[in-house]
Write a protein that binds this ligand. Structure first.
Ligand SMILES: *[C@@H]1O[C@H](CO)[C@@H](O)[C@H](O)[C@H]1NC(C)=O
Ligand SMILES: *[C@@H]1O[C@H](CO)[C@@H](O)[C@H](O)[C@H]1NC(C)=O
Ligand SMILES: *[C@@H]1O[C@H](CO)[C@@H](O)[C@H](O)[C@H]1NC(C)=O
Ligand SMILES: *[C@@H]1O[C@H](CO)[C@@H](O)[C@H](O)[C@H]1NC(C)=O
Ligand SMILES: *[C@@H]1O[C@H](CO)[C@@H](O)[C@H](O)[C@H]1NC(C)=O
Length: 469
């Protein structure tokens, strides 16, 4: 649809203006330019050691210098928003005490309108915020970054930690004039002893002139109903900025697969920036639209990567996913149509999609169980060049529409898990997954395989929607 439009546009342009002008206008109307930076951050050699604020700056300024270079590079390419990763400035593995010198003070942007670059003396201990704000001005772009902050509190405040301060892990958003527009304090911390969980969940959105509303959440948050799904459902967010410091764990928790899945499933754009530390299993950033992904994942190359892409202003969005008027993969919208008729679509047999839906393989295939990432999954194998299947466990059913160009020896299965996960954290989780077997036997399902050869579209269906973590 988009290519046809461009084509028409060019034809008209031949008469009046140059084709380029016409393209530029079209792009202005339909899309914006975004950048994410996968940052090989300079880490403290000993994050447990106590340092001075001065030493902390020396380290953080090295990372901020690299940020500034990226901003200046992308400014020349018309980028309107750039996203930097979680923990990209101060680093990883601190304790509550050892991180203290790295923390900025940040007033609540809801209470004070503040431009740290232009008004540096309004608050003490705001050097990192000042540098980020100045970069946004220099680059004339929205800038999203993550830093550590401190917030003094009174012991009388019931949530106040014993040391008299909250320590948060927030993402900050600066507009292109350097104003601190908003901040999101990470809610779902992942073994981060240095930080506190805010007493209330932040639902942080910001509006831009170049696109619709953006929402913000960090790393592990992407797996939780709150704030991730709530932002899309209740705040009509069409674009997500997602700073992350994500350690990949195959087969189910690779950064790029989760980011892309989120974009496709919810019909939104995801601008995700990870740190780059292959030694720690940390890589995987991308600009994901529901239709297309530009991503970087490299376990060998020590270098970071700037990803720049033109992004549609108007992805489908969660609200009208069923009607699918915006940008969406045609096979995914076909799938949603089939699903909406399933499983009782015999009622209107006139419909083409209904005939297709009758091909759903209901109970014919044997299910089996296999442990993946410490959870007991229920699975069905995938046979043939194309088909539809589903598999259920407890309150959750997963549906798969698949197609492959040729049959190969690789074996695949569709798996579902709905239950309590108890290793490396205790969470009630619901998972739909397509996995490739490690070799040619059932017992190897769920091993850490990095290559897949299948085109697919799948969704989960909560029979009981009370189950969100
Ligand atoms: C952080 O801690 C993890 C797990 O304890 C360890 O594997 C990793 O090497 C540490 N990273 C740094 C940068 O100290
Ligand atoms: C910043 O700290 C200095 C020295 O402690 C103090 O004199 C000054 O009042 C502080 N400024 C603000 C804005 O809090
Ligand atoms: C700076 O940007 C913010 C957010 O886009 C906007 O509300 C504000 O009016 C701008 N300020 C100036 C001085 O242009
Ligand atoms: C889909 O479109 C129909 C007809 O325009 C409308 O009645 C319905 O509410 C829409 N569904 C959603 C989920 O937006
Ligand atoms: C996995 O779950 C199935 C069905 O509940 C059960 O029969 C099987 O014993 C379980 N496997 C393990 C290893 O717990």
């Amino acid at each position: 649809k988009r290519q046809l439009f461009l084509c028409g546009c060019y034809m008209v342009a031949l008469g009046a203006h140059t084709g380029e002008e016409c393209m530029a206008k079209h792009h202005e109307a339909e899309s914006y330019v975004a950048a994410v930076y996968e940052h090989p951050s300079i880490l403290s050699p000993n994050p447990l050691a106590l340092t001075s604020r001065q030493q902390a700056f020396e380290l953080m300024n090295q990372n901020l210098d690299i940020y500034e270079q990226q901003v200046m590079t992308v400014a020349q390419k018309g980028v309107q928003i750039i996203v930097f990763p979680e923990d990209g400035i101060h680093g990883l593995n601190f304790t509550r005490t050892s991180i203290y010198p790295f923390l900025d003070f940040m007033p609540s942007p809801q209470v004070v309108r503040w431009n740290p670059c232009l008004e540096p003396h309004h608050f003490n201990d705001t050097e990192v915020l000042q540098r980020l704000s100045c970069m946004a001005i220099k680059g004339d772009m929205f800038l999203v970054a993550n830093l550590g902050t401190k917030q003094p509190c009174h012991i009388s405040d019931p949530g106040c930690p014993n040391d008299g301060r909250y320590q948060f892990n927030p993402d900050v958003v600066f507009s292109n004039n350097g104003t601190l527009v908003d901040r999101y304090r990470k809610h779902n911390l992942y073994f981060e002893a240095a930080f506190d969980v805010p007493l209330k969940v932040d639902h942080t959105t910001f509006d831009t002139l170049f696109a619709d509303r953006f929402g913000v959440f960090t790393c592990f948050d992407i797996l939780f109903f709150n704030p991730a799904v709530r932002l899309l459902r209740d705040y009509k967010v069409k674009h997500v900025v997602h700073p992350t410091a994500w350690m990949n764990q195959l087969p189910l928790l690779a950064a790029t697969e989760i980011q892309k899945a989120f974009a496709v499933a919810f019909g939104v754009n995801v601008l995700a920036a990870n740190v780059h530390h292959p030694v720690l299993g940390m890589t995987g950033s991308g600009i994901h639209t529901p239709l297309k992904s530009f991503w970087y994942h490299d376990m060998e190359n020590p270098n970071g990567r700037l990803i720049i892409a033109q992004v549609t202003k108007n992805p489908v969005g969660i609200i009208d996913a069923e009607n699918a008027t915006g940008e969406m993969d045609p096979s995914h919208s076909k799938f949603l149509k089939i699903l909406s008729g399933h499983p009782y679509c015999e009622k209107d047999a006139q419909e083409v999609h209904c005939n297709e839906a009758t091909k759903w393989n209901r109970n014919a295939l044997p299910i089996f169980h296999s442990e993946m990432m410490y959870d007991n999954f229920t699975l069905v194998s995938i046979w043939g060049k194309e088909g539809y299947l589903h598999v259920c466990s407890n309150g959750l059913c997963c549906y798969l529409l698949y197609e492959r160009p040729t049959l190969s020896k690789e074996l695949y299965a569709l798996g579902v898990f709905d239950g309590l996960h108890t290793v490396h954290g205790t969470y009630y989780i619901q998972v739909c997954a397509l996995v490739r077997y490690g070799s040619l036997g059932f017992d190897t399902c769920g091993q850490e395989i990095t290559e897949y050869f299948l085109y697919l579209s799948f969704v989960s269906d909560l029979r009981d929607d009370s189950g969100c973590p």
